[in-house]
Design a protein around this ligand. Structure first.
Ligand code: ARG
Ligand code: ZN
Length: 856
């Protein structure tokens, strides 16, 4: 059951046209599909139509009932024997959307009916060759009870509607753009619409609609603004215009991931649409903006040009993440956005790349494609595009993307097609660079600087290495673009930023005219997704944290200063903390710095990131060292934290970048103030919790209190629950905050919360809020009792029966056993074995658990 990239064959039959007719009902939906099929090439193979859990009630060929010798069922597909070159094949099936707990195909959520087809959900709706290189024109008729489902939406443009018998109504939608079936969508619902419009660059009027429950309408303004900004941005930056007369977004409460880019009808997890100051944090606001943009940008990078097969997934996902990252940077701060994106990459993708589930950006094989919607495909994929853009510069990069879109419009393309377009349009040779698509793992680069006073020359010696990953024991050298600057410590300036290409295992670069040794600033802007080791001293890092003019490099120097102190302390080799305290004092008192940047710069590395810096993760030692440093920073700078906290209190809420930055810094100051141990710390946090006029400050105060043992902790959690318990998205925060709390009782609390009356396995957001957050809480999840592992394994086993896709997402944290001590490792492996022993385990969880266990 392993699918390989090398097995790709063009389809035997094409489906240029499909008509779908839905009789919608939660308990019993009938789907009639009429496919025009054409033979592709010279062969006599039958037509194979994928079907998952479907029984054909009728099969017709050219209008006539098919005879038994013309079709038969096999495991997972319907086989139809056909002569001739073009035929009409019709099938009828019946579905029960209300009992579809996998949330793939057609399902019910909060009284509405909706679909999710990517990657292989369409085969749960009707018989069809479910592969992305079959592009069809869709003509869709939806019929449903008018009172229950007054709104009927599908892809493309609405062309006709009318009333039927017995309270029914119907609507017909036609999508003129041929598309793969994973982009099919329908919604039948009783929802309200935030309606708006957008005039495209060629002057076409597009009707925009965001559909939500009536009560949620006031929370859709931010998403609508983000949509209009995205449409304008794609025109300005990539020259890409929207192509239909309508663009609809529907928010649903039960959704396996963030959102889905169905042509003209995006379907969203409501957490990426709804936002208001009372219930959404600034991070939530940014999430809405970023995901709305991401799905909109897919209209070109994904829909107009789609993927030939699922091994090419990063073709659309990596590129689209790159596009949404740059959009968000343009809407806010480039510096802060880059820091946030790198933090996410390191937390999620670097971990993946160094463990049993490591895979290339273009994988070679999979068992279940859903398991490959990963940080590697998405975030590392985006870094690959970013490196290409850096090497080309803006004009040549744009020439490359223009060529790519023009050449492949209406096609199902490959990653190689993209690289070829970049080579031709951008005039560059990417032969060695292609290894980024082929080789898994995060490259390490060791950089050492030496200075020869006699020749006044500086030599930068670079050495790259890439550790083996599953299935790839030997690696070839990568092409690594590194932005570098050399600072003169006397003047605090550098002699220009240079882009070096590291292509050999070892390479040296010399720089003339240095009377004294400079200080190295390397991988500026995080120009390559690699791990850099340098021989820079704490003094060098302190210098860069004060003077580097590249904001990312400045942040990085601060982080490295802190990491060195923490790792030193854990190893029993304490390093003086004065440098880091001085560096923090300096950034918090520099009036010219953006407060959002300051908040990033002074943030302590997470416990998980510290674990990544160690040969073996010691969760208790990491926790103790980090708490101690946090307390020390808190206490040493206590008056500053008080002053910042007082000065950043805003009379009124605003979502402006300045107001967001002030809140971010305010919350960091509160964190340090409470960590200092000041007697009044919890009381100050509680006042912020109660008086905040926005969720960003309220939740931060709650999270800070949740880490401690004050009376305020209990009170705040109760108040929060009573106030927001009726709103699912906000109640998720209540679960999440407790699961994430750095507190010795967290593991017991999570067990209790798993039995809470408001906990449910049926809603993926709730599962992620409790168990997803918990697996990210290193100290609690890796509790030496093994209880954390057991709780998560129990959840995986229970959830697998309902929703294997979401269950499989919880497996990777258990797979990191090799990174821990023998006792924890054995406990983790024990849980993986227990999971694999469950009869009837899904393919999704089987793949993740078995790969996690096999890896030596
Ligand atoms: N294409 C969607 C997006 O990137 C996500 C689809 C996820 N599908 C899955 N099977 N995990 O926005
Ligand atoms: Zn996407």
């Amino acid at each position: 059951s392993v699918i390989r990239r090398s097995d790709y064959r063009p389809p035997d039959w094409l489906v240029p046209d499909i008509a779908l007719d839905f009789d919608l009902d939660p308990a019993r939906t009938r789907v009639r599909a009429t496919l025009i099929v054409t033979r592709n090439g010279d062969h006599d193979r039958p037509l194979r139509l994928d079907g998952d859990g479907l029984i054909p009630l009728e099969v017709r060929i050219d209008g006539e009932a098919a005879t038994p010798d013309q079709w038969h069922m096999e495991a997972g597909y319907l086989s139809v024997s056909l002569s001739g070159s073009a035929r009409k094949v019709e099938t009828l099936v019946e579905l029960a959307p209300e009992s579809n707990s996998k949330l793939m195909g057609l399902y019910a959520s909060g009284g509405l009916l909706c679909t999710q087809c990517e990657a292989e959900g369409f085969r749960r709706i009707t018989f069809f060759p479910d592969r992305p290189d079959i592009l069809s024109r869709y003509d869709v008729t939806l019929r449903a009870d008018k009172a229950r489902f007054p709104i009927l939406l599908s892809n493309g443009d609405p062309v006709e509607q009318g009333e039927g018998d017995a309270g029914q109504h119907w609507a017909r939608w036609v999508d003129p753009f041929p598309k793969p079936c994973y982009l099919f969508a329908l919604v039948a619902a009783d929802l309200a619409c935030n309606a708006d419009s957008f005039v495209t660059m060629s002057g076409r009027d597009v009707q925009l609609g965001i559909w939500v429950r009536e009560a949620d309408l006031p929370r859709t303004g931010h998403a609508m603004q983000a949509l209009k900004n995205s449409m304008a941005w794609d025109e300005r930056v990539y020259g890409r215009e929207y192509d239909l007369d309508v663009f609809n977004i529907v928010a649903v409460a039960d959704f396996n991931f963030g959102a889905m880019e169905n042509k003209g009808l995006n379907i969203f997890n409501s957490r990426y649409i709804l936002a208001d100051p009372e219930t959404a944090t600034d991070i939530d606001y940014d999430g809405v903006e970023g995901v709305v943009a991401h799905e909109y940008f897919h209209n070109w990078s994904g829909n107009r040009v789609t993927c030939r097969d699922w091994f090419q997934l990063s073709l659309k996902e990596g590129f689209t993440v790159f596009r949404d990252q740059n959009f968000s940077a343009d809407m806010g701060s480039h510096a802060v956005k880059r820091i946030e994106d790198v933090r996410i990459l390191r937390a999620a993708q670097f971990q993946e790349d160094s463990g049993p589930l490591a895979h290339p950006v273009r994988p070679e094989s999979y068992m279940e494609i859903s398991n490959f919607y990963t940080a590697t495909i998405y975030n590392k994929g985006a870094e690959l595009i970013r490196m290409i853009a850096l090497m080309l510069g803006p004009e040549r990069f744009r020439a490359g993307t223009d060529l790519y879109f023009d050449r492949h419009d209406g096609q199902a393309a490959t990653c190689e097609d993209f690289v070829l377009a970049m080579e031709e349009g951008g005039e560059i040779d990417l032969s060695q660079f292609r290894r980024w698509y082929e080789q898994a793992g995060t490259p390490h680069v060791r950089a050492t600087l030496d200075h020869d006073p006699m020749t006044r020359t500086v030599n930068l010696h670079l050495h790259q290495s890439l550790a083996p990953t599953p299935g790839q024991p030997d690696k070839a050298p990568m092409a690594i673009p590194l932005r570098v600057a050399l600072f003169d410590p006397a003047t605090g300036t550098h002699h220009g930023d240079e882009l070096l290409m590291l292509t050999e295992p070892q390479q040296s670069f010399s720089f003339p005219d240095f009377a004294t040794p400079p200080i190295l600033s390397i991988n500026r802007g995080f120009s390559a997704p690699v791990i850099i080791d340098t021989n820079r001293s704490q003094d060098d890092l302190a210098f860069l944290s004060a003077h580097d003019d590249d904001p990312f490099a400045r942040y990085e120097a601060m982080q490295q200063l802190m990491v060195n102190i923490l790792v030193g302390r854990i190893a029993g080799q304490p390093i003086d903390e004065a440098a880091v305290i001085a560096a923090i004092r300096q950034v918090i008192t520099d009036p010219l710095l953006d407060p959002a940047f300051v908040a990033e710069a002074i943030r302590l590395p997470s416990e998980a990131y510290l674990g990544d810096q160690m040969a073996h993760v010691d969760p208790d030692a990491i926790h103790a060292a980090r708490e101690a440093l946090q307390q020390r920073i808190g206490a040493e700078l206590e008056p500053d934290w008080r002053a910042i906290h007082a000065r950043t209190r805003a009379a009124e809420f605003s979502i402006s970048a300045a107001a967001k930055g002030a809140r971010k810094l305010r919350n960091s100051a509160l964190g340090y103030l409470v960590a200092s141990g000041a007697m009044d710390g919890p009381a100050i946090a509680f006042v912020q919790f109660e008086q905040a006029h926005n969720m960003t400050e309220r939740q931060a105060a709650l999270a800070i209190l949740a880490n401690g043992d004050s009376a305020e902790r209990v009170a705040a959690l109760d108040i929060f629950y009573n106030r927001y318990g009726a709103d699912a998205l906000t109640l998720d925060k209540w679960f999440q905050t407790q699961a994430f709390a750095v507190h010795p009782d967290t593991v017991d609390l999570v067990e209790e919360l798993g039995r809470h009356k408001d906990f449910t396995l049926a809603n993926p957001n709730r599962v992620r809020a409790l168990y997803g957050a918990f697996t990210g809480n290193q100290w609690a999840f890796h509790h030496i009792s093994g209880k954390g592992y057991r709780l998560v394994a129990d959840c995986i086993l229970a959830l697998d029966r309902l929703n294997p896709q979401t269950a499989a997402r919880l497996v990777p944290p258990l797979g990191r056993w090799k990174r821990f001590d023998a006792a924890r490792g054995a406990l983790m492996r024990g849980e993986l074995e227990r999971i694999l022993a469950q009869p009837g385990l899904s393919k999704d969880v089987t793949e993740q658990a078995s790969k996690s266990l096999e890896y030596q």
